[in-house]
Design a protein around this ligand. Structure first.
Ligand code: AMP
Length: 412
C-alpha cells in the first residue's frame, strides 16, 4: 500500500516524502482513512510503529480544510501525559505541516514553562494545541484559552490518561470541551476498561487493534538476567563496558534511585545523566536533547521516559528496577526497536522479582529464558514471603503509587 491511496492531500504526501517514509505502517493504513472520514477512533498499535503520523497527517488535513478566516482558533487539541511527549508531538505536527500551502500554527501548553508566555502566544492564535492536562486546566480556569471551536480531540497514551493519576484532570478537560467533536484515542496498550470508559464520551468509535499475539514489538530481543539485587550495579557496569551498545536507557523506580545510580556510573567513568520529574524543565529538556542527539551515552530515567518518547536508533533499554505493571513494561521496552530498527531490552530479575516478572510475561504473552552472567550469578535463597502473588495495580492506590502519581504530576 502507498500513502497516496489513503486520501491525503498533495501537501501532506509531500510531507511524507520529506520525512523519508516509503510506505504507511499498518496503523497508518488503517487509521488515516477513518480520521479523514470524521470517525471517532480507538487505536492500539505496537510501540514505535508510527502512531503520531497516523493522527497528525489526517488531522492537519482536516484542520486545514476547516480554517475559514484569518483569525486562528484552536481546532484540534492533543493531550499527552508528559511535557516531553507533548513537545515531541507538536514537533511532528510542525514538521508534517511545513509543506502546507496555507501554514497552520501549533502551540504547546505544558507545565514547567512560563504560563504568561504561553498566554501571550495564545493571543497570537493557534490552530492546533498540544497540551498536558494540568497546564491546560490552569489556562482554562484563567480563561486564557478558547476551545469553543474545537473539532478534534486526540488523547495520546490514552490508557495512561484514564489512569488514576490523570483521570480527574482528563474528566475536567473533557467537561470544558464542546460536545460535538471527533475523538481519537491512541496507545500501545488499551485495556478493555479504558475502551468501556472512553466509549461513554465517544460517538460510535471504530476500534483499530493489533492482530492477536504478544503486545511487545517483534523487533525487540528481550533478555532476562537473573542477578541479586545487590549485584545489579556491578552487572550494569559490566554490561555497559562489554556490550557494544552505542546508547543505553536505564529505567529505575524513583527519582532518588536515578540520581544514586548516575553517581555510581560516573564514579566508574561511565558518562551518564538522570532524567526525572525532580529536575527543572530546562534540565529535563537539556538532558533529553543530549540523549536524543547521541551526545550522551547512558540515560537513567524514571517512568516519565516510558511513554511515547522517540529516540532514533536507541539500541538498548535496561529495566534495572522492574516496572510496576506489565503495560509499563511494554511501553518502557518500546523505547527501542522503533521505525523498523532492532533493539535489545534487558531486565534484571532477583529473587524478590521472580513472581512479578512471571506476571509481566503472562500479560505480555511471552515466556523468556533466564540468563546468568559469569561472575554475577544469582546466589542465595528467595527471602521468605516473596512467593505470593505479584502486586497488581488495584482500584486503590498504594502509598508508593500515590507518591509516584504526585511526582509525575509535579514533573508534568
Ligand atoms: P511513533 O510511533 O509515532 O513515535 O513513530 C516512531 C518512529 O517511526 C518515528 O521516528 C517516526 O518518524 C517513524 N515513522 C512514522 N511513520 C513512518 C513510516 N511510514 N515509515 C517509516 N518511519 C516512520
Amino acid at each position: 500500500m502507498t500513502f497516496s491511496s489513503l486520501g491525503l492531500s498533495k501537501d501532506l504526501l509531500d510531507a511524507v516524502k520529506v520525512a523519508g517514509y516509503e510506505a504507511p505502517t499498518s496503523v497508518q493504513q488503517q487509521v488515516i482513512p477513518l480520521i479523514l472520514r470524521g470517525q471517532d477512533v480507538i487505536a492500539q498499535a505496537k510501540t514505535g510503529t508510527g502512531k503520531t503520523a497516523s493522527f497528525a497527517l489526517p488531522v492537519l488535513q482536516l484542520v486545514q480544510a476547516s480554517v475559514s478566516g484569518p483569525k486562528k482558533v484552536i481546532k484540534a487539541l492533543v493531550l499527552a501525559p508528559t511535557r516531553e511527549l507533548a513537545m515531541q508531538v507538536e514537533h511532528a505536527f510542525k514538521a508534517y505541516g511545513r509543506q502546507l500551502t496555507r501554514p497552520l500554527r501549533t502551540i504547546t501548553l505544558i507545565g514547567g514553562l512560563n504560563i504568561d508566555l504561553q498566554i501571550r502566544n495564545l493571543h497570537h492564535g493557534a490552530d492546533i494545541a498540544v497540551a498536558t492536562p494540568g497546564r491546560l486546566l490552569d489556562l482554562i480556569k484563567r480563561r486564557s484559552v478558547d476551545l469553543s471551536m474545537l473539532n478534534i480531540l486526540i488523547v495520546d497514551e490514552a490508557d495512561k490518561m484514564f489512569d488514576l493519576g490523570f483521570a480527574e484532570e482528563l474528566a475536567a478537560v473533557l467537561n470544558a470541551l464542546p460536545p460535538n467533536r471527533q475523538n481519537l484515542l491512541f496507545s500501545a496498550t488499551m485495556p478493555e476498561k479504558v475502551v468501556v470508559l472512553a466509549q461513554k464520551f465517544m460517538k460510535a468509535p471504530v476500534q483499530v487493534k493489533e492482530e492477536e499475539g504478544a503486545p511487545t514489538a517483534e523487533l525487540i530481543y528481550q533478555r532476562v538476567i537473573d542477578v541479586n539485587r545487590t549485584n545489579r550495579g556491578p552487572l550494569l557496569r559490566h554490561l555497559i563496558q562489554t556490550e557494544q551498545w552505542a546508547q543505553v536507557l536505564i529505567f529505575v523506580a524513583s527519582v532518588r534511585d536515578a540520581d544514586v545510580l548516575v553517581v555510581k556510573l560516573l564514579k566508574a567513568d561511565i558518562q551518564a545523566n538522570a532524567f526525572h520529574g525532580g529536575l527543572t524543565q530546562a534540565q529535563r529538556e537539556h538532558v533529553l536533547k543530549e540523549f536524543k542527539t547521541g551526545r550522551l551515552r547512558v540515560l537513567v530515567a524514571t517512568d516519565i521516559a516510558a511513554r511515547g518518547i522517540d529516540i532514533k536508533k536507541l539500541p538498548c533499554v535496561i529495566n534495572y528496577d522492574l516496572p510496576r505493571s506489565p503495560n509499563d513494561y511494554i511501553h518502557r521496552i518500546g523505547r527501542t526497536a522503533r521505525a523498523g530498527e532492532k533493539g535489545v531490552a534487558v531486565s534484571f530479575v532477583g529473587h524478590e522479582d521472580q513472581a512479578h516478572f512471571r506476571l509481566i510475561e503472562k500479560r505480555c504473552r511471552v515466556r523468556l529464558s533466564r540468563e546468568s552472567i559469569k561472575g554475577f550469578e544469582l546466589t542465595g535463597q528467595p527471602p521468605p514471603g516473596t512467593k505470593g502473588p505479584a502486586p497488581v495495580k488495584g482500584r486503590r492506590m498504594s502509598k508508593k503509587d500515590k507518591a509516584r502519581a504526585l511526582a509525575l504530576k509535579e514533573g508534568r
